[in-house]
Design a protein around this ligand. Sequence first.
Ligand code: ATP
Length: 504
Amino acid sequence: MTTNYSMEDLVSLCKRRGFIFPASEIYGGINGFWDYGPLGTELKNNLRDAWWHDMVHCPPMGPDGEPLSIVGIDSSIIQNPKVWEASGHVGGFNDPMVDCRETKSRYRADHLEVIANANGEGRMYAFIEGNEESEERARKLLAKYEKVDALGDEYTTSLLTDIPTDAFERIVGPDTKEAGTLTEPRQFSLMFDTTVGATGGEDNKAYLRPETAQGIFLNFMNVVDTMRVKVPFGIAQIGKAFRNEVTPRNFIFRSREFEQMEIEWFCHEDEAQQWYEFWCDYRKDWWQKIGLTTENLQMRQHDSDELAHYAKEGCGTFDIEYKFPFTDPGYGELEGVAHRGNYDLSRHTEFSGKKINYFDQQKNERYTPHVIEPSAGLSRGTLALLCEAYTPDDRPSKVFMKFNPRIAPIKAAIFPLVNKNGMPEIATKLHEEMRKKHVVQYDAKQSIGKRYARMDEAGTPYCFVIDGDTLEDNTITVRDRDTASQERINIDQAVAYLDDKLIQ
Ligand code: ATP
């Protein structure tokens, strides 16, 4: 383990300082839903805007040294339900689930393991994969009731999905002491449905989108016909997605309503592999650029049995993973870069009966482009930035949030040392000037130490202090969040100083 703080510490700071709150908190909350407070909203918007700027307004250079061409769209959350049949989500977007009849707990079948006596006899004990506490409980019960040496090699572990269902009556669930309470795995749709129009009924059933990607495929021809784009090019979209996750957990890591930032990169089949490699490298570098450190990031190729229904055979999916405190020493998915082949455009052609393809005038060739999809979580990305920033320290606040200045919710704070002697007037003037360009905060309350501590917890990179000397010589103090060191600059240079520090 390298994380030197717990998730509870981070969740508590997020609540205390107005980053993230449980949704519907006064009614006891609602599992899997979260609200962003003032600082969390700024942070998330900064991540969103950085992505949009770097992908759409100022996209990277491609392998040929030319800037990529990427345009943005904003499609509807609710679409014609046929979209989800074509995409494979209706019918396909299911996780096998196991319920415990006694405790009413519900588990993903592929997340449960079972520990048993090596001779296969007696009771077996299920535990949640990767959850040390749950595994230890199962081991102890096996040792106690089956008299198995849990430290020796008398026992075996297997995936629940590999156990024949007629042996389920011998399995003790992860949260119960009785055997035989787990149901057989059943499919569970992750899509939220709703009814469109007043009449209701099955015919008017529609779905909240489980990913933003399909809205892009639906608009492929609209974009080609209106934007003079030439393959290869990309369409980007940021927006909400909804999944009725069976076990929402780990704060905003797995929630039921979240935001995605997706690019569908359309290219010729012959160039797809080259673009796939380009996007894997570029997207990992991008996360580093906005502040995630190399030690905490890794790329992982999906195992073949994990591949989504659309992933192109032989090319697969790379996950960009981050070492979250709750996965440490392991990693959790932050973004997936998938080679979708021409699955989606072909399926929409098939289901809609409309032609969706591209005509290359130079080569006089008509074809269905292949797609490379870098699909990132905006909510999960925000969590990764929060985790990365949390820095325990021996300063009075005991912690500071070391955000990259580009994504910090507040860029600078302006303090009059005391709320009199002409200092507030000078500080207010500086504040008025700075807020025209940056998100800055004015604070004249409490001791200077307390004000620094508040800004440290908010992750504000710079504090400008107007004091007695300012009245004499026009200089002010700038205090750096990370080192707590101070320097004096002329007040007339303060705006340029901040501009300079924020340009990366
Ligand atoms: P997981 O395996 O974690 O369920 P996934 O492989 O199903 O994720 P994708 O369908 O590839 O995820 O979605 C792309 C991105 O959307 C993920 O990398 C993640 O950042 C984000 N994401 C997916 N599901 C959730 C969720 N329930 N809560 C928050 N973010 C999510």
